[in-house]
Design a protein around this ligand. Structure first.
Ligand SMILES: Cc1ncc(COP(=O)(O)O)c(C=O)c1O
Length: 372
């Protein structure tokens, strides 16, 4: 059983002094924050929240359909992309699944909940976790479902659309339902070179997962969706689980978010610049950084307690020890703004130059390190 650990745990009391600000690099949310238009929509529609939301999410699905140029009945919305993953698995109850390792742990948790046997394909660490031919070969008769995250969490590695198309063909040939998680694809500078959206109509056995969570910093609102040309499957997912998985505030926010095309472009440029900065700085500290293209970076630290030691400085990063195929030396950090990124680099530098376990040296003799 995969341990249930995600990023974004800002709620545990870490007993930090009041003047040590907590900076969370463990959840990969847009550092530009929630767009103003989304905040405005959230407040504007407040009087409508006394009613039940539309269980069919008609307005929201129309907006998503118009955004991608696909019919509304190719879309099912949920309480975050995680909810869609669980409902899809519950609707299908597959007996055998293929997952790459490492990847997002929620797939395995959902599959295990229905007693599904999981076959893992270890992405080659020496090749920087880039998916290879072996993964395509691992799709064979009897594999009922395959999840593929592009760009992958936690590596940030993005597979090109031509390769993904081959995966779709392979799955179609073997009767395997393919779930392509593109929740982080919005952050790719050249998204069109990676996304499988243009192939969707030709491959009704492929589901694409998307979320408002990361790009629009709407993690607390909870809104995700799936796109698929198999209308029957979409209907099956929407009829699984409780009726009102998308709240009215979530729906208002989603519709407003889809108007924010300039914000998305601005974010892509911002992330690319800050990711390059962060990558260079991490490499200057002698750390091995993987070639991620999303709004986070995976790196290998020389010690397996870096996340715990950084907490003392009010810095949260994601230990990747619970990802199959990785150990506690692997860490994932979100790309944030320059001030926060610099604070992270200074914190890691400080930790690396002190002896492990010597909290006093790490904090400085006077107590907590307030300025990094
Ligand atoms: C790859 C991937 N897919 C889906 C999700 C779930 O997103 P949501 O918060 O919209 O449920 C996450 C969350 O971290 C993720 O990393």
């Amino acid at each position: 059983m995969v341990k249930k650990i995600h990023g974004g745990d800002i709620y545990t009391d870490r007993k930090l002094p009041p003047d040590v600000k907590l900076v969370d690099f463990s959840a990969n949310l847009n550092p530009l924050g929630m767009p103003q238009a989304v905040k405005d929509a959230l407040c504007r529609d407040v009087d409508s929240y006394q009613n039940y939301p539309d269980p069919q999410c008609r307005q929201l699905r129309r907006a998503i359909g118009a955004y991608y140029g696909v019919p509304d009945d190719w879309i099912v919305c949920g309480n975050g992309a995680a909810d869609v993953i669980w409902r899809l698995v519950l609707a299908r109850k597959p007996r055998r699944a293929l997952l790459p390792a490492p990847t997002f742990s929620e797939y395995a948790e959902a599959l295990e909940s229905v007693g599904c046997e999981i076959c893992y394909y270890d992405l080659p660490q020496k090749a920087g976790f880039v998916p290879d031919e072996g993964f395509l070969d691992a799709v064979c008769p009897g594999v009922e479902i395959c999840f593929f995250c592009n760009p992958n969490n936690p590596t940030g590695i993005a597979a090109k659309a031509e390769w993904v198309r081959r995966l779709m063909e392979r799955c179609q040939k073997n009767g395997t339902l393919l779930v392509l998680d593109e929740c982080f694809a919005d952050f790719l500078e050249e998204e069109q070179r990676y996304t499988a959206l243009p192939f969707l109509s030709a491959f009704p056995g492929t589901v694409i997962l998307k979320a408002f969570t990361k790009m629009y910093a709407m993690a607390g609102i909870r809104l995700g969706y799936a796109l698929c040309a198999d209308r029957q499957l979409i209907l099956q997912i929407s009829q699984t689980g409780q009726a009102w998985s998308v709240s009215s505030p979530a729906s208002s926010c989603g519709i407003a978010a889809l108007t924010q095309r300039d914000f998305v472009q601005k974010t892509k440029r911002f992330i690319a610049e800050e990711r390059n900065f962060l990558q260079k700085e991490l490499e200057n500290l002698g750390l091995q950084v993987y070639a991620g293209k999303a709004n986070y970076l995976l790196f290998q630290a020389p010690t397996d307690d870096l996340p715990r030691r950084l907490e003392r400085f009010g810095i949260l990063i994601r230990s990747c020890g619970n990802y199959r195929g990785l150990d506690n030396r692997y860490c994932r950090v979100a790309v944030k703004n320059r001030e926060d990124n610099t604070r992270l680099i200074n914190g890691i530098r400080q930790v690396l130059k002190t002896e492990p376990g010597n909290a006093e040296t790490e904090r400085g003799k006077s107590g907590w390190q307030r300025q990094l």
